[in-house]
Each structure stands twice: as structure tokens, then as C-alpha cells.
Write a protein that binds this ligand. Sequence first.
Ligand code: BG6
Length: 471
Amino acid sequence: INGTEKFPKGFLWGGAVAANQCEGAYNEEGKGLSTQDIAPRGIVGPITEEPTEDNMKLIGIDFYHRYKEDIKLFAEMGFKVFRTSIAWSRIFPNGDDEKPNEKGLQFYDDLFDECLKYGIEPLVTISHYETPLALSKNYDGWVNRKLIGFFENYVTTIFNRYKNKVKYWLTFNEINSVLHAPYMSGGIFTDKEKLSKQDLYQAIHHELVASAKAVKIGHEINPDFKIGCMILGVPNYPLTSQPSDVLEAMKQDRDNLFFSDIQVRGYYPRYMNRYFKANNIEIKMEPGDEEILKNTVDFISFSYYMSSCATTDPEKKKGAAGNIIAGVPNPYLEASEWGWQIDPQGLRYILNLLYDRYQKPLFIVENGLGAVDELITDENGNKTVNDDYRIKYLNDHLVQVAEAIEDGVDLMGYTTWGCIDLVSASTAQLKKRYGFIYVDRNDDGSGTLERYKKKSFNWYKEVIATNGGSL
Ligand code: BG6
């Protein structure tokens, strides 16, 4: 790649978080409980009856009270965009309430104003891994069609309220993750083992209809809104050149692309008919559903942390680790401390794959390295972290992003995951840190909650200031 600026003019550089992983204040100012408030071990452990003190998310990084300080630091790095989510249960504490909670609405007004003060565009995920707990317990989450109506109320409320503050929206975070984490992703209370495929795909249908309705309602409220889908992006490589492995990789890719195929094209892809038939699944559609699905998204966003391999050989199927999707290890790749396989070129690959398939703008809304950081005191007496490993990870990935742009991919922006340390989704640990900003809080609950800039803070600032020229 030549030239100093490797990214298009107006490229949206920034960082991403989710409400339930950073805000804390889980029961303040009228917020209702969410599915996350009783999941102290993330997706790896059981849920509890009530919120328990060991649940790191109840306090998070106290972003609810400290967001001004944090956004100031994002502005110092030069962020053009900040991705966060709205906690549904702050707005509708039980999900099915008639009236919204004004204090919850006010909080996000203040938060978005704070971003706009620095010229930072909010990019808002409407549903990021937290469903009001009452909707999960009383309705079994998205299995119940009534959720569509509750979601409609919720999106209508927030679109109207923030129509002059927020332009970029995402409907469901990693919508395809419901296949692997039905409780966290879809608020489905029924045990994963007991959940039938019929109910799972019916729940997915409800989410897809709700997502398309949100696109329709959003565009009516403000035609300038840009509303995207969000998928967990894990490209699958055939483990060997055996044709059966190639077909297996195609199949695994389709498990994920099924969701974006509908959200981008507006109808169910034909390849699913065979799967539905083989598994006795019959999607119950109501009149009008097919019409609604035609409200397609303006752009496609995705997370990218790793690639995976596919094989039909049961011997080689032994899993590699992953947040939601665990796959077959790739012998050519190294893995993070949590076993996630690091593959910068995979990002170039999936960018091309998605762009070839859809020809709509893309947005990378999560990418980053979860690692154990050591807080040290430098020669000037400042506390910091020498996170060269994180700089390397991000730099290697961004070089591949620049390649994809050269390949012709239309990319709107890039937000790193956990731009400030937060509680992990899969394991609910704070020890797994992603940020440019260190937060002094530990998994035993100790820590001052003070913020410190890591070495990567200035590195990213330079990347943004040079529009990728420094990579
Ligand atoms: C994505 C989620 O799956 O990956 C985030 O959208 C999550 O919520 C991120 O935090 C990283 O995963 P983890 O488990 O390391 O937090």
C-alpha cells in the first residue's frame, strides 16, 4: 500500500463497548434487572436466582457515573465514533411496561450529548446481550412472538428520543450467536439442552422480523438514519483440501451468513429449506412477515477476533477455544491467552467475502485482543501498561484492513472492542482486558476504579491522526 493516508476520507475510527459490560449501576434510577444481572460467569457458568455480589457486571467499570472522564479520554485519542448499547431494561424495566423510564432515557441523552460535544458520533446497539429479565422469565425471550411488539415500542421510543443525536444504529449484537448462546443472545430462559430446534429457529424468525421492523420504523422517523445488522464474523477455512472439508466450511459459513442474508437481501435463502426439512422445522410466519423482511439494512457490521477451520473428520474436530463459537484449531495460527486463534489475514478475507456477497458498506465494530495486563510505574512516576502485544495485534489487523480497502471493499469505519477495559462477555472476567485505558478493578472486586493510559493509547491516537498512515 502506498501513500500516507491508507483509509478513506471521513473514515469512522473509534472504539466499542456494551452497556452491560461497563455501566454497572444495575439497579439505579429505575433500571429493571436484565438477563446479565443473574449471569455471574458469563456463558460458561450457571445463572443465579438473584443478582450476586460476585457478578462483576453489577458494578462493571462504573461507566454510568464516570462516562464523562472516559469520553474525554476517547476524544483525546481522536475518536470519530463511539459504539455503545442502550440497556433495554433502563428504558423499559420489565420490557412490557407501557411507559418508559424517564431517568433511563435522560442518562443516554446526557451520554450522547457528551460524545457530540467532542464531535464523536454515537453508534448505538439496540440490543447487546441483555434482555429485560422479566421478558426472559415470563415469555421465554424471543421464542415468544410478543417480543416483537415489545421491541417495537422500545425502538420507537429511542428512535424518537434520540433522532437528532444518533445517526448510526445496529439492531441485534452478533445476531447469529443465538445458535450457541440462546440465553445471553436471545433471552431464552429454556435450557440450551432442552431447547428444540423448532423453538430456536422460531425465535430467530421473531428477531429477524423485529430487526426489519426497526429498520422500517427508524427510516420513517429519520430518513437519514443508517441502520445496520451485526454478525459475529468467523470465517471458516477447510482444514484440508478434501472436497468434503470444503463443503463443510461452506456449510459452517452459511450458519452465520443465513442471518445477514435475510437482513441484507430481505428473504430467506433457499439453502435453509433443506436444513429445515431435515430437522422438521417449520417457521410459523404471520401474514405480512415476508413483506416486513424486505426492509433491509443500510450497512453490514460485524465483529472479528478469529477464524476457524472446518472438517468432516471426527478425529480432528477437537475444538479450539472461542468466545461464542469454538471451532477446529488451525495448525498455522497462534492463539491468545484465552485460546482464540489470531489471524489478521482472516479479516481481509472476511471483508472481501462479505463485500462480494452483498455490495453494501461494511463496518468493523469489534476487533481486539483480550490479554492479562500488568500495571507498572514508568520513569516519570505514571502508572501504565506496556501492551506491545496489543499494539502488534491491532496493527497487524489494520494493515489487512487497508489491504481490503485496496481490494475494493467499501468500509465505513473501525471500532476496537473494549476501548476501555471492561467485563468480558463469555467469561465475565475483568482480567481479560482489551482497552487502551486500564481500569483498576480486579475479579475479586478490589480496585480503585481509577483509569490509566496504556502504551497503546498513544499508538492508536497516532493511527487516527494519520488516518492509518502510521501503520
Ligand atoms: C463479542 C461480543 O462476542 O466479543 C462482546 O459482542 C464481547 O460483547 C466480545 O465482549 C469479546 O468477548 P469476550 O468474551 O472476551 O468479552
